[in-house]
Ligand binder design. Structure first.
Ligand code: NAD
Ligand code: TYD
Length: 353
């Protein structure tokens, strides 16, 4: 039996990870520690809330005493730190909350894990590990050629990616200084069920379904490398149990597409399946994001060679699963936007030019 402390487990990837782990392993226990910010939603975990192996603690990863209490009351084997502020646009307008949660929060998680796991001789207990869920955005932006490898220099541009990079450096420091057992995963853009409708794919799906403009930043030719969320969960699962101590692993499935291609795919499926009047006429080019990274592309060779990971869900399948999920889960969305998508959307984005 292994006991996981999963932070940010009520968010998009964290909740998919908890569901994935409880489905694929008998011998796990999961404590979900989450502050329930705007991005956290316990409805994501309805399917597992009565599972005896799962429990929820509401708390903030920057709160020293709250995190200590979880470690004091439970023997934790693994920490998986998903908790973060995650939306680049929000980081441009409100950077400080990103520094607080992503940097200070990570430091607090590391410090509490260290205190709980250090033996009297200064070494760490056997079988424990801290896994930091990081992002390919720490590497900055690519030109038309090449990929991010684990040795690509760090070159973040947004307050979001700068805060994630800082957190990675703290994790590395705990390994280098105290020999704390750690891994860092750096994954490309995820998509799938339970993603908050501020990120590209869920925003475009729900705007199509609600016949709203589809706001494309700049020319829409920026490239992201998309991975179905379950494939990211599988990678994290493998890195926790088999990742070599102190190593960083890039995670991605060589699935690069421009934003306009992604939007076109969503339009085509919604048009065919739901509403023949949805069309490219909904696309509206708006002002570009400040400091907008042009291209991300992951080289996943290391995690493939070392751990045997590979992505299982081709984009054509994953995007249909995702759109179908939003169609079948209108209650989930209504809850997230307080019942009125149009009002929510106008409040958040109504003034885009
Ligand atoms: P999300 O925004 O959907 O969820 C974040 C979760 O963290 C929420 O449940 C929120 O309530 C919680 N949280 C925020 N601040 C907290 C705090 N101070 N204390 C405790 N909980 C707090 O995020 P996501 O898209 O699921 O991303 C999860 C992690 O994966 C992040 O660390 C992110 O950097 C990383 N990541 C995301 C992607 C992606 O495409 N979404 C890709 C690579 C890496
Ligand atoms: P996003 O989902 O915010 O992820 P990230 O910036 O972390 O990669 O955005 C993905 C891409 O889509 C990015 O190039 C910005 C672009 N984008 C738009 O063009 N319009 C939008 O409304 C949003 C949210 C994003």
């Amino acid at each position: 039996m292994k006991r996981y402390l999963v932070t940010g487990g009520a968010g998009f990837i964290g909740s998919n990870f908890i569901i994935y782990m409880l489905k694929n392993h008998e011998d796990v226990e999961i404590i979900n520690f989450d502050a329930l910010t705007y991005a956290g939603n316990l409805n994501n975990l309805k399917s597992v809330e009565n599972d005896k192996r799962y429990s929820f603690v509401r708390g903030d990863i920057t709160d020293e005493m709250a995190v200590k209490k979880v470690f004091d009351e439970n023997e934790i084997d693994y920490v998986v730190n998903f908790a973060a502020e995650t939306h680049v646009d929000r980081s441009v307008t409100d950077p400080l909350v990103f520094v607080r949660t992503n940097v200070l929060g990570t430091a607090n998680m590391l410090n509490n894990a260290k205190q709980a796991w250090t033996l009297p001789d200064g070494s760490f207990k056997d079988g424990v590990k801290y896994l930091q869920v990081s992002t390919d955005e720490v590497y900055g932006s690519l030109g038309p050629d090449g990929f991010f490898t684990e040795t690509t220099p760090l070159d973040p541009h947004s307050p979001y990616s700068a805060s994630k990079t800082s957190a990675d450096m703290l994790v590395k420091a705990y390994h280098d200084t105290y020999k704390m057992p750690i891994n860092i995963t750096r994954c490309s853009n995820n998509y799938g069920p339970f993603q908050f409708p501020e990120k590209l794919i869920p925003l475009m799906i729900n705007n199509c379904l609600n016949h709203r403009d589809l706001p494309v930043y700049g020319d829409g030719l920026q490239i992201r490398d998309w991975l179905y969320v379950d494939d990211h969960c599988k990678a994290i699962d493998m890195v926790i149990t088999s990742g070599k101590d102190g190593e960083f692993y890039n995670v991605g499935g060589h699935n690069e597409r421009t934003n306009l291609t992604i939007i076109g795919t969503i339009i085509d499926y919604v048009k065919e399946k739901v509403d023949p009047t949805v069309s490219e006429a909904l696309i509206k080019h708006v002002a570009d994001r400040k400091g907008h990274d042009r291209r991300y592309g992951i080289d996943p060779q290391k995690i493939k060679d070392d751990l045997g990971w590979y992505p299982e869900t081709p984009f054509e399948k994953g995007i249909k699963l995702t759109i179908d999920w939003y169609l079948d889960n209108k209650d989930w969305l209504a809850n997230v936007v307080n019942g009125d998508y149009e009002a929510y959307y106008d409040k958040m984005y109504g003034n885009r030019k």
